[in-house]
Write a protein that binds this ligand. Structure first.
Ligand SMILES: [Zn+2]
Length: 240
């Protein structure tokens, strides 16, 4: 399922080709060399920026993660759309959800092709994080096409009417994840850019619900954004 962008055959993009070389030939030998150098430089530039061209995708490896603190479990391909963000769509929102079910049931429905919805990540009450869709791709998470295209979505294990479901571990783990997303796409850490599903225009969903503590969450995200990087596994093993 390719995004309806790009995919143009190369021939149809070249509308004014040949102009430079024809002129260079008329001017003479020196100009031909200069034009040749320019062409080589242009080709170099193209090679470096090849993945920015619509319809050309960045390389992908199965199971690859965008966030090192997550483990990978693939969602059904019916629940997301292949894309090449942030080059085809700019990412400028994080959308916070609450699952209305257990962690395992959320994983199961995102693997179910008939569900037709999923988020990129699920955070458990114990702080575990699963990534199910690459951030490159558009998750069907918010019931709003443009918000789906611009957002990374995070589900949180629990029910909107059970404040005890929103655990310290979950807030902390989710805040670290959101801080990482905001850093990678240069998203401001504020309530305009970190929103609840309920705030997506046109939605009939109420999550993350009245018990989600936005002040606390944003404080944790800001703290995680400014915290020194956590030591690697080998470094902490040595310290122990
Ligand atoms: Zn939701």
């Amino acid at each position: 399922m390719l995004a309806p962008l790009g995919g143009q055959p190369p021939s149809s993009r070249k509308k004014s080709g040949g102009g430079v070389s024809r002129r260079a030939l008329l001017i003479g030998g020196g100009a031909v060399v200069a034009a040749g150098t320019a062409a080589v430089l242009a080709r170099e530039e193209m090679r470096r920026a090849w993945w920015r061209i619509p319809g050309v995708e960045k390389p992908r490896k199965p199971g690859e993660l965008d966030y090192a603190g997550a483990t990978w479990v693939a969602a059904s391909e019916a629940n997301w759309r292949r894309a090449d963000r942030p080059d085809d769509f700019r990412i400028d929102r994080v959308i916070i959800h609450v699952t209305q079910g257990s962690f395992d049931s959320a994983v199961r429905v995102f693997q179910d092709p008939s569900h037709r919805a999923a988020t990129h990540y699920i955070v458990g009450q114990d702080g575990r994080v699963v990534q199910m869709i690459r951030e490159l791709d558009v998750a069907y998470q918010a019931g709003n096409r443009s918000f789906n295209e611009r957002a990374v979505g995070i589900e949180h294990e629990g029910f909107v009417d059970r404040p005890k479901d929103l655990t310290e571990e979950m807030y902390e783990a989710s805040a670290r994840l959101t801080a990482s997303i905001c850093a990678r796409y240069d998203i401001p850490i504020d309530r305009e850019h970190i929103i609840g599903h309920v705030e997506v225009p046109g939605t009939d969903h109420t999550d993350p619900g009245p018990h989600w503590d936005w002040d606390r969450y944003l404080k944790l995200v800001r703290r995680a954004a400014t915290a020194p990087p956590t030591p690697s596994a080998s470094a902490s093993a040595k310290a122990e």
